[in-house]
Design a protein around this ligand. Structure first.
Ligand code: SF4
Ligand code: SF4
Length: 322
């Protein structure tokens, strides 16, 4: 039986809400079918005050849990004391340090724990930081050389929030020793989920190919691509959002909402500056400033001009009938 302790730092609790919606497997399946013992979780386990403290201290005294899950940033302020985030009489960052040092595996759930996310965005008044990254910078609270007792760096499951089934499937893989299922990419994300792009499986891809755009936010949910005008980041964001659907039935881009790139370390991109949200910033009023991964402005422009010129009539129509 694998033991799990889940702590919560600087965050909105969105990853817990997401986790509780998991379907394949569900949170209950983790316990009943996969033998995972969730010793502490602020929303699932009814422990408070001295009871919670003695439980958490007891786990440390026995050598730590199998899996330490962190949701939210590590809050270091004010002045490096961590006292903006007190938990059971100690700064949360001290609990994080003890649990990271004692666990066989350390898993960061969501952007805030992985990279810092919204709380670490400038001016970052709480001095928030991710477990092993601050935005794209390797290091974070634990340092870039950190390895858990099992010899792995922090396993990052980013997203704002992370999709629930990414979380439960990684927990099952770790708990059952199927480490090959969680080979990590160069940002320590399980490659099985984060090797492809949000665009992989997007129902708008045929419009992307022929450079046909949805003109206004909310206009049409099934025709046109959201890259050219709406700032969709799906062609350069690594996520399986159109392979493993949300609620097993939809995704942002299927519902007409551009991908805002929430699984990448720089999220929120451009720090949500005016003119950068739901809009595609252009260079010289012509070429998108950020291009699909692997392209460059000259080859992109040539390919786009050709694609528009040869676009068939059907790409300007809503093809769906249900
Ligand atoms: S840019 Fe966005 S909307 Fe267009 S095909 Fe890619 S993921 Fe889908
Ligand atoms: S579609 Fe993009 S913004 Fe939405 S959850 Fe997936 S990666 Fe994040």
């Amino acid at each position: 039986m694998a033991t799990v302790v889940w702590l919560h730092g600087g965050a909105c609790n969105g990853n817990t809400q997401s986790f509780l919606n998991a379907e394949e497997p569900t949170v209950v399946d983790l316990v009943t079918d996969f033998g995972i013992d969730i010793i502490y979780h602020h929303s699932c386990i009814p422990l408070m005050g001295e009871q919670a403290k003695s439980t958490l201290m007891g786990v440390l005294e026995k050598g730590g849990p199998d899996i330490f899950v962190m949701e939210g940033t590590v809050i270091q302020g004010p002045g490096g004391s961590g006292r903006y985030d007190m938990f059971l009489g100690r700064p949360m960052m001290e609990w994080v340090r003890d649990y990271a040092a004692s666990a066989a595996f350390v898993v960061a759930i969501g952007d805030c724990a992985s990279w810092g996310g919204v709380p670490a965005t400038a001016p970052n008044p709480t001095d928030s930081i991710g477990l092993q990254y601050l935005k794209g910078q390797h290091g974070g609270f634990l340092g870039k050389d950190f390895r858990s007792k099992a010899g792995l760096p922090v396993i990052n499951i980013p997203g704002c929030p992370a999709h629930p089934d990414w979380v439960t499937q990684v927990l099952v893989a770790v708990a059952s020793g199927r480490l090959s299922d969680i080979a990590l990419d160069d940002l320590q994300r399980p490659a099985t989920f984060f090797k492809t792009f949000t665009q992989t499986g997007c129902t708008r891809h045929q419009y992307f190919e022929f450079k046909q755009s949805v003109k206004e936010f909310g206009q049409g949910t099934r025709s046109g691509c959201l890259f050219y005008e709406q700032g969709c980041r799906g062609s350069f964001t690594h996520s399986p959002c159109n392979r493993i659907l949300w609620n097993r039935q939809s995704s942002k881009t299927r519902a007409g909402m551009p991908c805002i790139g929430c699984t990448e370390p720089q999220f929120p991109h451009h720090d949500l500056a005016v003119g950068t949200v739901f809009k595609t910033p252009l260079a010289f009023d012509v070429v998108p400033k950020e291009l699909p991964q692997g392209t460059d402005p000259i080859s992109y422009s040539a390919q786009a001009a050709l694609a528009r010129a040869v676009a068939p009539k059907w790409v300007q129509e809503d093809m769906f009938v249900v």
